[in-house]
Design a protein around this ligand. Structure first.
Ligand code: N2P
Length: 367
């Protein structure tokens, strides 16, 4: 059984070990690679292995929202060699000139990518000119099975978290929502029967009304703390990302604390997203970034990343190498009938994005 608890500490420890192992050779041979990735999104052992193999030291920082990442990357001078935006953000990065085009001759593993993932990439990165897929997953509901059963709330619909009558029953055991404006509006619009990719501010206003009515029952808006909060039994419900909830389930199981965490894709359907590696235009060490991308494109490596994070990857040759409990988990690889109910978000222009973020601030502040 993998250890999840203290994963961040484990990242630091693994990197420190790897750096010690290489000594000065790491600096002399490969220099440093700076990665900015989502939290709870890598097996630290893979980073250590990359350093052992290449002599390239990895500095690995994390974020938990596209909004934070995008603001940083669009400002430039991040110092990062690789960043990991989601599909709907990528066109704005490209338009702003914030990314460099891939030199595909430096990536030997691209042929292993699944045609399905490549098809999904077309709308946001035509011809796969700028990005390399990392992980894909869904937004759904993570919950403490016993706590919600006791309160008589059925979790199979978005109603569980968007209907104040249900939320009132769950409030005492604790509800978290993601603090992610575009992701939250996409699922809220979809639940309201509106286009999740609507460009009409009035649709967002309707979703804002609904979210403002839910707000009094939401203990916290946060995009990563729900993992431990669910696992420890501090909260009973979170709108969250699939693999993060599955990691919470593992952490609870590991802690043997009597908490059982489940993940559900509500029957109305949800958003499936694609997170991709990209090189900022001013990346200080592109050579190191290419080495890392090539490493992550290896089926054995990306399979281990999925085994650890419980997110699906877009590498066709990796599927056979996955742990069966990950490969066969419908929350990781949704079956065809569920896949039919998944939608992909498209990009918003800056004006609409500003409006959506303005409305989201109202949801966060309640004003
Ligand atoms: C990882 C969450 C990644 C999902 N913790 C958001 N695209």
């Amino acid at each position: 059984m993998r250890r999840w608890i203290g994963a961040l500490g484990a990242v630091a420890a693994a990197l420190a070990l790897a750096a010690c192992g290489q000594g000065g050779a790491a600096d002399a041979e490969g220099g440093e690679l700076r990665i900015y990735n989502w939290s709870d999104y890598i097996d630290p052992e893979l980073l250590a292995e990359f350093t052992r193999e290449t002599g390239i030291k990895v500095r690995y920082d994390t974020f938990d929202s596209n909004e934070v990442l995008e603001t940083k990357v669009l400002q430039g001078a991040t110092g990062y060699d690789l960043v990991v935006p989601s599909n709907h953000n990528v066109p704005r990065y490209i338009q702003a000139g914030a990314l460099q085009k891939l030199d595909k001759s430096r990536l030997t593993g691209l042929a292993a990518l699944s045609p399905d993932t490549l098809r999904h990439m077309q709308p946001f990165d035509p011809g796969q000119a700028y990005t390399v897929p990392y992980m894909q997953g869904t937004i759904g509901i993570g919950y403490n099975a016993d706590a919600v059963a006791k309160r008589g709330v059925s979790m199979d619909s978005w109603k569980a978290v968007f209907d104040p009558a249900n939320l009132a029953k769950l409030q005492d055991c604790g509800v978290y929502f993601l603090d992610a404006s575009e992701d939250m509006y996409a699922v809220a619009l979809h639940y309201l029967g509106k286009d999740p990719n609507s460009a009409n501010p009035a649709d967002y206003a309707a979703a804002t009304d609904m979210l403002l009515k839910a707000r009094p029952y939401v203990r916290k808006f946060h995009s990563s703390e729900y993992i431990d909060a669910l696992a420890n039994g501090d909260i009973c419900v979170a709108i969250g990302y699939s693999g993060d909830v599955l990691q919470a389930a593992d952490r609870a199981e590991e802690a043997k604390n009597g908490v059982t965490i489940a993940y559900v894709i509500p029957k109305e359907g949800t958003q499936v997203w694609f997170d991709v590696f990209a090189l900022p235009a001013d990346a200080p060490n592109p050579a190191a970034a290419y080495r890392f991308l090539d490493f992550m494109l290896r089926p054995q490596v990306i399979a281990r990343a999925s085994n650890y994070t419980h997110y699906a990857n877009g590498n066709a040759q990796a599927t056979a190498l996955l742990d069966p409990d990950v490969r066969d988990d419908p929350s990781v690889y949704p079956p065809a009938d569920v896949a039919q109910r998944l939608f992909v978000t498209t990009t918003k222009d800056q004006a609409l994005l500003r409006e959506v973020n303005r409305q989201w601030t109202r949801v966060l502040t309640g004003r």
